[in-house]
Design a binder for this molecule. Sequence first.
Ligand SMILES: Cc1ncc(COP(=O)(O)O)c(C=O)c1O
Length: 390
Amino acid sequence: MRKVYLDNAATTYVSSEVLAEMLPCFNTVYGNANSLHGFGREAANIVDRARDRVARAINANKSNEIYFTSGGSEADNWAIKGIAHAYANKGKHIITSAIEHHAVLDACKQLESEGFEVTYLPVDKYGLVNIADLIHAIKKTTTLISIMAVNNEVGTIQNIKAIAKTAHEYGVIFHTDGVQAIGALRIDVQDMEIDAMSMSAHKIYGPKGVGALYLKNGIRIENLISGGSQERNKRGGTTNVPAVAGFGKAIEIAVRDLSMNQQKLKAIRTYFVDKVTERIPYIQINGHPHQKIQGTVNISFEMIEGESILMLLDLEGVAVSTGSACTSQVLEPSHVLKAMKISDELAQGSIRFSFGKNITKSDVDYVVDVLEKAVNQLRSISPLTKAGRK
Ligand SMILES: Cc1ncc(COP(=O)(O)O)c(C=O)c1O
């Protein structure tokens, strides 16, 4: 059976260049990067090189502003809780948005249970945060604003630079979840005035279970993981050298190939959306019409459930997702689509197609064929169709 993977926003395969970078770290350069002997120093050199690569990819001023973590979720949790706690004597108010990843939302919920106050900014129908709403929400006690750069479900790109500028005008620290932005957008943390940013390797053809927090020098943060002196005493735990090496390589390639990949994805996206719109009626494309990344397309199919489409596509070897992977076990409409004021019915009929760099037009042709068949089949038995609504 033909297989087409359209769930790259959930995770990607590890590219061969990345794998080649990682392999020697398993059994050749296997020292503990914190050990003082030669084996350790060799491993430490690999970690240093990876740190330099990550710093260069996002134009950090110094490599020591990069702290490796176990992924985007840890980086989000650390940034939110660590910065909130470090500045708690200044104030206990945090601002975020209603469409953040659960790693941010749940970290904020935890802070609320500790007595912090959190404002969840609304978004417009395209998923954009409004700067006037942000300004209105800022208080004397606000210490941190966290707004994601790119939404993982619909691909909308926020006005990060303007948001960061606003935060700084009011003396507030700005964190962004950059997990879906790396490789899709040029990120320059200095130009964009980002104080802290979460990153993850497995969305950019790197390994799972590794990521980083960029933290501008001078910003205080409380430790999330206590232990050894790793990551300059800020994050305990023996460094996962193969994973870190893979992440460094993956982010270097993601930035090197960004224009080429985005051009290709733009052409594929247009081809896909044109075909789907031509062949399948009663659909709605969610997200911003222009301010969006090219790789993610979120479509609501009226009168049917996204999960049923997903299962029929899976039977034909096509992998897609409903909402975000982390919540796909839950049959609640996505919190992102809800915040964008998309009806529950449409939200429940939504599918995220996220393209990878190796996708071909022939893959798209195959997907559109099986998608059309699945949608027709489901609509023919849908009680909503039978009720004569369409
Ligand atoms: C926007 C966003 N933030 C954070 C994460 C979590 O990253 P990780 O899987 O590395 O923990 C994801 C991944 O699903 C994401 O899409």
